[in-house]
Design a protein around this ligand. Sequence first.
Ligand code: AMP
Ligand code: MG
Length: 488
Amino acid sequence: MNALKHLAFDNRYATLSEAFHTRLAPTPVPDPYLVAWNPNAFELLGLDHDKARHPDFVTTFAGNMTPAGADPLAAIYAGHQFGHYVPQLGDGRAILLGEVVPPDGNRWEVQLKGAGRTPYSRGGDGRAVLRSSIREYLCSEAMHGLGIPTTRALCITGTDMPVMRESVETGALVTRLAPSFIRFGSFEVFFYRDQHDEIKTLADFTLRHYFPELLEEAKPYPALLREVTQRTAKLMAQWQAVGFCHGVMNTDNMSILGLTLDYGPYGFMEAYDPTYICNHSDHDGRYAYDQQPNIGAWNCTCLAQAMLPLMELEEAKEALAIYGETFATEYMRLMCAKLGLLFEEASAPLVTGLLDLMAQNAVDYTIFFRSLAQFDSGANAPNTEIRDQFLKRESFDAWASGYSKRLRASGSGDQVRAMQMNAVNPKFVLRNYLAEAAIRKARDERDYTEIELLRSILAKPFDEQSEFEDYAKEPPDWAKKIEVSCSS
Ligand code: AMP
Ligand code: MG
């Protein structure tokens, strides 16, 4: 009867006590329909593609039917939002269906976002709108395509149920997958309530299931903090290198596994501007692009604070100390690769010099780096196509002469370097206007083909895909004023 009956569930998070969650089923929606499904995520779960067409699929992932073996719940957590501690957040509209164990043994927690009110909803309606669900679905898969750790997306289901935001929109649910959705805020909630036993229980759970190798360490708790700090620093380096701005780096949106989590008002950098703020509700620019590495570090100190009952202050400080070095090294390694330079001290001025020039000339971040693979390192080569991206052409010339000298000294030929650079400089990123075009088609015409097309292009962002040249272009005029707010 149930098409999803062979999904095997083993719900480890649900084995934690009631201090950690509230059991409840999703609230059904009227007349759900399938908006998008992601074949790559089907493979992760070991689901046959034809399951997408089965009515049980929509019914399940709209929250209208709980699959056998699932044990749905809303998790509790807290968090620092825009620098201020908010004592109780928790899944206010997400419901963890359970944990699927596919035939390959790689487990995935399956979460419905937009599944209705929970005890943690506060004032919210527990719903998500089609617009924001499309944005989350596309961006999480785009990030995965870029090789950046992230939650994944299985599908979007829609309903014509009206959902009130700045205007009336329609509801949707995005089904997210991750090995775990535990956040920094999952620890913080217990620290600020003086529930130290629960901090230990959660740390033990995290170690046992996600970092078993750290249990071999003399001090597993500091080792866990150090590992999470290191993963966070590496994640920030990857975001910066690809020009990704998250927009809401509250500690409840920071994954304990170092995944990119919670796609709201995010944005990919277009004209390079280090002070870029993608979230129009972020008036002070707390989460501006150039602040992300510092905020990542600040968030790790919040986690450290919450884990202090498990370790000495000195141990926590030592664990946190890994952040600065990891970020600096990773970021420079990634940037050197983007420029096709050897990862060495002497390359750094070329990286920083280039970024300064790009900022002064508002050069498109993705297009520029992709085009740089075509740089001719011959003495006095004109490199017109690259040069013309700068308003002040002469300022580029000075940099280019230093760059070409360095390339010639490094000995690798232009052709080999071009191949290496194309493997790290994406041609396609999820520009706001691309997402917006897919959203408008879906909303105005019930045409979901653009979502699937974008998903498939963004799954292979380093491939030329020359038939989709238009998707690699700067925003057209109509898209220059798109604003992205927190409302989702
Ligand atoms: P976010 O900024 O999307 O991570 O959300 C922060 C907190 O607000 C989380 O606890 C969410 O579950 C909750 N939240 C956001 N939107 C809604 C909504 N529409 N209904 C209920 N809770 C919400
Ligand atoms: Mg969140």
